[in-house]
Design a protein around this ligand. Structure first.
Ligand SMILES: C[S@@+](CC[C@H](N)C(=O)[O-])C[C@H]1O[C@@H](n2cnc3c(N)ncnc32)[C@H](O)[C@@H]1O
Length: 267
């Protein structure tokens, strides 16, 4: 049976509420789990006090990809505990503005309390869905997102909303999980694999087609393969959902990967 959009939202929200309540980092099945020093360069990490970059559920570094400039308005889709918003706030400075949107109340609460502790005045967090963004049209210079769009049951709607809120000429800079080839049905139907950033991932070509369909141009997608330990850990975590042990490892390493994606709203 295919999962309904509501059951996917509910399962994903419950999963991440649980992760943050337990102070757990990583997406869950450890499949997009990295420590912050794996994801971000030292000069970016050094913009936040020691210990403030430890809660990450991401799979890449959309902040470096975004090349943010002082004074810009930045929107983070699925801001989680707020880490990318905090890095962005440092980059855009006092004249810029950063908005994080997330559907999970526990994430919003954690992000708001961390922003207060860090004394960041140019960041705000709004509870809402990526498929119906609580953001005005044509108001955002750069959208970032880290390991989130794969979790949406309606990715076309997410891209349409991203396109709506970007200013003409605005940039989308995303780290996300995509696949090289279709996933087995048994994986796609598993809610726990969905919440762990695997089952919802689509093929890179489909991802690009969805962005083109809503109007994005100059789309670029660059694979960043996971290290072997991460893949082994994910295969092990998913053993009750799907048997992947028999698939040649090289195929698995290339089948599901983190990608750096950039795209623009025409000016
Ligand atoms: C894998 S975590 C990534 C969090 C953050 N970007 C980071 O790098 O740490 C996914 C986040 O996206 C949020 N999320 C997933 N699907 C969403 C949707 N459709 N609308 C709003 N938020 C969503 C979850 O609540 C969760 O906080």
């Amino acid at each position: 049976m295919t999962q309904s959009p509501t059951s996917i939202h509910d399962a994903v929200r419950e999963h991440y509420a649980e992760r943050i309540k337990n102070n757990a980092s990583c997406c869950g099945s450890d499949n997009c789990c990295s420590t912050e020093s794996d994801l971000y360069p030292a000069d970016l990490l050094s913009t936040l006090p020691d210990g403030e970059s430890s809660v990450s559920y991401g799979c890449g570094d959309p902040i470096t990809l975004a090349s943010l400039q002082p004074g810009q308005t930045v929107l983070d889709l699925g801001s989680g505990a707020g880490l990318d918003c905090f890095f962005a706030a440092k980059k855009v400075g006092e004249t810029g503005q950063v908005i994080g949107v997330d559907m999970t109340p526990e994430m919003i609460e954690r992000a708001r309390s961390s922003a207060k502790r860090l004394n960041l005045q140019n960041v705000e967090f709004r509870q809402g869905y990526l498929e119906d963004l609580p953001v005005d049209s044509d108001t955002v210079d750069v959208i970032v997102s880290n390991c989130v769009i794969n979790l949406s049951p309606d990715k076309s709607k997410v891209f349409a909303e991203a396109f709506r809120v970007l200013k003409p000429g605005g940039k989308l800079a995303v780290s996300d999980i995509v696949t090289d080839g279709p996933l087995p049905d048994v994986v796609k139907k598993s809610l726990s694999a969905w919440a762990g950033c695997v089952a919802g991932a689509v093929e890179a070509e489909e991802y690009i087609a969805m962005m083109e369909a809503v109007g994005f141009t100059n789309i670029s997608i660059t694979p960043v393969y996971f290290n072997k330990e991460t893949i082994e850990s994910a295969i092990n975590e998913m053993k009750d959902v799907v048997e992947l042990q028999s698939i040649p490892r090289d195929e698995v390493y290339k089948a599901v990967y983190s990608a750096k994606i950039t795209a623009y709203k025409p000016g």
